[in-house]
Unconditional design. Structure first.
Length: 406
């Protein structure tokens, strides 16, 4: 039989995991990965630690080098953008770094286009960019732009808009570099993916490390004066404030990058994600999808969207196996996440109480707070772990599902 041709679009967690799995199971398969930039298999999660200087060189963020990937037998096309999928002809049109378009034939295609940064509706944001000291942060290209600002303009102050995982890690990273950081969050507490009680602990840790934290605060405008000074206008409970900074970082989340798949006729679902079954199949023939661009099969919520690297890895392996004709299934996520902020580590798994209440499954959650020590108190150095576990009971099936955060 001729070698099976597998193409994966996207060089991050899902695409690379799919390609590696296909090569692992069938070394005779012709596996090609199409990567829009020059940085396949890089850890986006590690970007804040490169900015802080704890990761000493950007190349250390690579899970595998280009040579490592080539050694597996796969072909990686970098700086190459997929522009169209011909599902009837089983062809993918790509444009390479030379600007020339060509078609690649496939037997199975895996879409791992990931997500892109959200651009919030802030007046002035569309007119400002890295050259002005205003940055979004999601890719290695974004990272180099931030580093260029840090090294060429030597900023002393920074405003971070958003207090999710990357925003909090960047607050630590920029503080470590010696910048005075102001963190702005529109919601009532930082790190809104955990219970508010835990978010308050993170908030206090930021303040303890001299970060100026402003919650319940909406950014309405960003302006740049002729002398280069940046002004951020905020609104809080009817009060308007004007903050100045040398650098502004906008990290308010991501959205799925699904334009390519949608143009080919892929069904889209929750939050405009690509709809897939548990085998990561789309509605298109011989087209699979995985990673941040697809919806998530959650073991408690059902179908949701949860863009996480660990989820993308697992989904990618399932897609890579099934692209060869396998029957692997992605059994679902529990949403386990963890982040370090200065001397604290915050983690979660399962559902928050509010998520259980809105799940429309008849659950009645009850939450408690506890502070157990991380080891026996008689041994020196014991420190408390704050825990907010919730018992989620359903009257329909008379069973209890335990959901905890610690």
């Amino acid at each position: 039989m001729p070698a099976r041709k597998i193409i994966a679009i996207g060089g991050s967690d899902a695409g690379i995991s799919a390609a590696l799995r296909a090569r692992e199971l069938d070394p005779t398969s012709e596996v090609t990965v199409v990567v829009a930039d020059a940085y396949p298999n890089f850890s986006i999660c590690g970007i804040p630690y490169y900015v802080s200087g704890e990761v000493t060189h950007w190349s250390n963020l690579a899970h595998r080098t280009a040579a490592d990937l080539a050694a597996t037998g796969m072909t990686v096309h970098t700086d190459t953008r997929a522009t169209a999928i011909d599902t009837a002809g089983h062809r993918l049109t790509v444009t390479g770094p030379d600007g020339v378009s060509r078609d690649l034939d496939y037997d199975a295609l895996i879409v791992g286009t990931g997500a892109v940064s959200v651009r919030p509706p802030i007046t002035g944001l569309d007119q400002l960019g890295p050259d002005d000291g205003v940055h979004l942060l999601h890719s290695m290209g974004d990272t180099f732009a931030v580093m260029n600002t840090l090294t060429t303009t030597d900023p002393k102050t920074a405003i971070i808009i958003g207090a999710g995982y990357i925003g909090l890690e960047m607050a630590e990273g920029l503080t470590t570099r010696g910048l005075a950081v102001t963190q702005i969050e529109a919601l009532p507490e930082v790190l809104p993916t955990v219970e508010p009680e835990l978010g308050t602990l993170v908030h206090n840790e930021l303040v303890r490390n001299r970060v100026d934290v402003r919650t319940n605060t909406l950014v309405t405008a960003i302006d740049r004066a002729d002398n280069g000074d940046l002004t951020v206008t905020t609104a809080n409970d009817g009060h308007t404030d004007h903050l100045t900074a040398d650098l502004v970082l906008v990290v308010v989340g991501v959205r799925p990058d699904t334009d390519l798949a949608a143009a080919a006729g892929a069904n889209l679902g929750i939050k405009n994600t690509i709809a897939v079954d548990e085998q990561m199949r789309t509605n298109l023939p011989d087209v699979f999808a995985a990673g941040d661009a697809v919806h998530t099969h959650h073991r408690q919520l059902g179908i949701t969207w949860l863009p996480l690297g660990t989820t993308a890895h697992k989904q990618g392996r399932v897609a890579g196996e099934n692209a060869l004709g396998g029957t692997a299934r992605y059994t679902g996520s529990l949403g386990t996440q963890v982040v370090k902020i200065f001397d604290l580590v915050a983690a979660r798994t399962g559902l928050k109480e509010a998520e259980a209440l809105t799940a429309d499954r008849g659950w009645t959650p009850v939450s408690t707070t506890s502070t157990p020590d991380d080891h026996k108190a008689y041994y020196p150095g014991a420190t408390p772990i704050w825990s907010v576990p919730a018992k989620v009971a359903t009257a329909i099936k008379r069973r209890v599902v335990y959901v905890s955060e610690s």
